[in-house]
Design a binder for this molecule. Sequence first.
Ligand SMILES: *Cc1c(COP(=O)(O)O)cnc(C)c1O
Length: 826
Amino acid sequence: MATNPTTLAPRAAEASRHGLDSESLQRDVLENLVSLQARYPAIATPHDWYMALAYSVRDRLLVRWVETVQSYAARDVRIACYLSAEFLIGPQLGNNLVNLGIEADAREAMLALGQDLDAVMALEEEPGLGNGGLGRLAACYLDSLATLEMPAIGYGIRYEFGIFRQAIRDGWQVEETDKWLQKGNPWEIVRPEVAYYVNFGGHTHSETDAEGRFRVRWIAANQVKGVACDTPVQGYRVETCNTLRLWRSEAVESFDLADFNVGDYYGAVEQKVVSETLSKVLYPNDEPEMGKRLRLAQQYFFVSCSLQDMLRLLQQKGEPIERFADVFVAQLNDTHPSIAVAELMRLLLDECGLQWGQAWDITQRALAYTNHTLLPEALETWGLPLFRGLLPRPLEIIYEINRRFLDEVRQRHPGDESRVSRMSLIDESGDRRIRMAHLATVGSHAINGVAALHSTLLRETVLRDFAELWPERFHNVTNGVTPRRFLALCNPGLARLLDQTVGEGWIADLTRLRGLEAHADDEAFQQRWRAIKNANKEALAKHIHSATGVAVDPRALFDIQVKRIHEYKRQHLNALYIVALYQRLRREPQLALAPRCFVFGGKAAPGYAMAKLIIRLINGIAEVVNNDPAMEGRLKVVFFPNFNVKSAHHIYPAADLSEQISTAGKEASGTGNMKFMMNGVLTIGTLDGANVEIREEAGAENFFLFGLHAQDVERLQREGYRPADHVTANDELREALELIASGHFLRGQSDVFRPLVENLTQWDHFLALADYADYVACQARVDAAWQDPATWTRMSILNTARSGKFSSDRAIREYGDRIWGLAPMK
Ligand SMILES: *Cc1c(COP(=O)(O)O)cnc(C)c1O
């Protein structure tokens, strides 16, 4: 362990073996083709070439990785641990080439070997270890932490099956299992020696130890082993290469043996199967209540492995347990890892023998919590019987945390028992449930929302009582996205123009894009800007054609809404507008509307019937519109299947208009909105999530705003909202709803979309109809702006120029300054 780093990674040898020039890359690719894929060029498959190149790039990461890990072990640094049940990291090869600065050399090397780099990169399977925005945020943050050279480890779960693949059959979503590991994963390094045991079930036993101290032992019914699977995370053009450590569950050998010895071979095998099932599959979110036992087990499993790993690293650094919170700070990405509050306490009390007060002080200093949602149905709670059955000891600790916490509340607010029950970690109304957001809040020194509006609403609604008690613990850190992946890698044409215009520094300091403002009205510059956008649109048109068979005209306005399908995100509002447009164009073929191509993409949770119906509706509209000769050259509708990071690379840079139309107050931040903005896409949106800040940065005149404000939404719902009034008042809306209900978009089957239309006219929980008229009026302003290319292009340039705030580098600096007490090493 204490080996001198220079003897481990001799940079002299590296010069020949891990050179960054195209000759040494070419040599290593050839060598790896033989030594790892057992192929020679004449019989190598395209995938063999991908693997050979991936391994060659990985070798170049490993030298940096080993040195980074050693430097964290040797130096007195605080390490940020990002705990997240999801890391939607996307394909690795292209990003690693960009961050190492060897994309051009790799292209040259592969060309010399008769291979096209883009074709090779396209073969990489997507590691779909996340649902959407939350998982992608975690991945962007890892990129920024490494780029800013901040000591960090990402901790999560190595799912064998990631988010399902979405196929569209007869217009409906069909889920297929995601076998992303089938052909091997060249980026992963498994470390069988880094493994921990995690308890489940059983009971506890208290005793007084030899020193007369009260101790609790957890006698578990079974144990699962977690094995570390590491992925290197290379920073952009720096020596730092951090670690993403994902835990894979395995059966514990001794347990099998014990059963085997008493002759229960099948019992032993069953136990093994159950243990290995733990990290089998990622749960799609937005599901209604379902078999959640396994999900709680997954959360506890990865949290326990991660905390045990941190304790081991502390020991390796030769630091005493009392220094835990000086060496580590753990950010909880939503409540999924919030069991860390109880588990860290358990490890400190039961395993390390600390007293309650000291353990609690360490826990609070070490943990911080990011809230991602205000939707009541999305706030995690666990029923007590389930929790007790799986985690008896952590439950005892939660009871004790709650007892002490509620004493504090009672002292502050004597006689206010309704406040006590509102704030309790246990919801006593109905069946008793543990409120994970309360647990995370009580156990953390810092709590943050993910956009200014969301953080304000968080303090005023869901965590109001807590914000009153500890105002100093509440923060806002507006989300960000990495400009390496979502600009440099996915939009090389624009990246080149940015390099030439403001210098290459923009990639590590996105605020430098401000330098574009001076060129916003320059006609020649505008022309180059448009040419790049058009090339991206042509490329997307090809992808659309091969994925759906629909031919779209790149000259049309590309109006795009890609994100998970959810009623609060209101894809159905967009769909209603398309139906209205379709009817207008049929009635008045002379209408001077610009040609538009609407593109949708996104997965619906398999158990979310309404979301799946919305997908069917969009596909129904697409079928009718795209096959109507009268719509030719005017209107196209596309549902792009299986939206993921890989397809996102083609989609964000090719959009003209970004649809960010959630009900105000419902979208915590959004990050898709930021990716579009960086790529010069104009937003049509509500004052929700980070849209508010996007509009502030871009300037109100460069943003298409519509819709109710969050306070209006809250008031309407409180006072009684009647969607039918909007239908009566608006003939176009009524006719659109009638056409949908008639079955016109489902070959005359009139029953299928009824529930959707009835839901809208009777309840409309997300106020689509209340915002409809304003949305349509706003779309008319979009049309007018688009018809004047100079105006539109100027707005597009200014959006990119002013997107600097939305770099994840800014967000990570804020976490470092305000929450982690951790400065960039640079
Ligand atoms: C950015 C991203 C998201 C989040 O999109 P929102 O519009 O913020 O909901 C979801 N999925 C993928 C693949 C992404 O890249």
